[in-house]
Design a protein around this ligand. Structure first.
Ligand code: DNO
Length: 409
């Protein structure tokens, strides 16, 4: 595996030298300032590459921008409305430019309106570290009482509806404001901050897009861009829905293995691949994450390694919180063993892309993390700890297999 690190650009709390010192061998970043649908110019891409290649003092970092996360898909494309055709054309041009700059792995997602969603961005664990958490009752209270979405209660069990009513009645104004802010926190690294009226407007935009239509739109999109990526030697990889179930009445179509299978088979090209996010998949009790990894292995182009504790095994949609990378409900060692085995298989087949980039996805807020501003889920020291642990497992697995990829450090 190739250890990488997500960097949000020059304003990020982590400096490039810290990323190199953390043991990352490559950088994951994006042109976060550009809106979905815009063309990524070669100049802008090269500027970011140059930033990655240098420490603050100008010395070479030895790092390269290896993975794009994300080249965002606009809501117009997801809805097939408005500017969607020109956005697809722009997407292809951006892929051309990225390939020209030598960047070959491109992550995206197909979640309508909201990217990842949590109700609590600083939930305290017994040891004093804080983590991100999704509380199913808080979320229902938000949906039914704060957003006041029509017929929202029909989407929850009677027990959750009752608990949400009690929870809402107990909330003071500050708690309500915080809950709204947490849920609509928006994309990490982007300046987008939505208000409740914004969210209502965006939801209205999906009234005509039920699940089967969104799925068709995804296949349409991939059918357009994956052949271009294949020709360019670029590997696209779709990130799963997080959490992996429908929210706020919006359809979500990349939550399960069957969802992935549908899209992978519909456009059967290597360039049409998976961002295997253990934390997203692990939030569902009906997912055996390591078994999913082994069945999807040949199309995994990027791995997000993160752990979760499900607080209930009571069906899909329950509360969970993020855990240290090697603790929690995902058998991380088993998943990594699958990825190492897949790399060996690719190497034996003579593939140049045999190394799978992985990154510590999210981290707990630990030690001095509270001193520095960082996007939710992306503190420096918590991720450094996560990466150190994951690299340890990686080395042990490679050692056990009697095998190291020649390009490793
Ligand atoms: C959360 C991330 C996601 C991810 C996008 C990919 O921290 O894993 O925001 O970057 O969904 O498109």
């Amino acid at each position: 595996m190739r250890p990488t690190w997500r960097w949000f650009g020059p304003g990020d709390a982590a400096r490039i030298d810290e990323i190199a010192q953390a043991g990352a061998e490559g950088v994951v970043t994006a042109l976060h300032d550009l809106p979905p649908g815009a063309v990524w110019s070669l100049d802008d891409i090269r500027t970011r590459q140059d930033e990655v290649r240098h420490f603050a003092d100008g010395e070479p970092s030895g790092l390269e921008w290896e993975v794009v996360e994300s080249l965002p898909v606009s809501d117009d494309i997801k809805r097939q409305q408005g500017e969607w055709r020109s956005h697809v054309a722009h997407y292809k041009i951006s892929l051309e430019h990225l390939a020209e700059a030598g960047i070959r792995v491109v992550c995206y997602n197909f979640m309508p309106v909201l990217d990842w969603t949590r109700t609590d961005l600083a939930w305290r664990l017994p040891n004093g570290a804080t983590c991100l958490r999704f509380d199913a009752v808080d979320f229902a209270a938000f949906d039914i009482h704060l957003l006041a979405r029509r017929d929202a209660a029909a989407d929850y069990t009677p027990a959750v509806v009752n608990a949400a009513a009690r929870r809402f009645a107990s909330m003071d104004e500050a708690r309500k404001t915080r809950l709204v802010a947490n849920i609509v926190a928006g994309l990490p690294g982007s300046a987008t901050r939505l208000t409740l009226p914004d969210v209502r407007g965006l939801l209205a935009g999906y009234e005509e897009v039920p699940e089967d239509r969104l799925r068709t739109h995804l296949v349409d999109f991939v059918s357009e861009v994956a052949p271009v990526a294949e020709r360019l030697g670029v590997r696209l990889c779709c990130h799963p829905d997080d959490p992996p179930w429908p929210l706020l009445g919006l359809p979500r179509v990349m939550s399960t293995e069957a969802d992935y299978r549908h899209v992978l088979d519909a456009v059967n090209l290597e360039a049409n691949g998976v961002t295997f996010c253990t934390g997203s998949f692990g939030a569902r009790p009906d997912h055996d994450v390591a078994a999913m990894a082994s069945r999807l292995a040949s199309r995994i182009h990027f791995a997000h390694l993160r752990n979760v504790v499900r607080e209930t095994e009571d069906g899909v949609g329950g509360s969970f919180h993020e855990a240290p990378h090697l603790e929690g409900d995902v058998d991380m060692v088993a998943v990594m063993a699958v990825l190492v085995a897949e790399e060996r298989r690719r190497a034996a087949a003579g593939r140049l892309d045999c190394q799978i980039p992985m990154r510590p996805d999210h981290g707990l807020r630990v030690a001095d993390d509270a001193q520095k501003e960082s996007p939710p889920g992306y503190p420096v020291i918590g991720r450094l700890k996560g990466l150190a642990e994951l690299r340890g497992v990686m080395r042990a697995l490679e050692h056990e297999a009697g095998w190291r990829l020649p390009s490793g450090d």
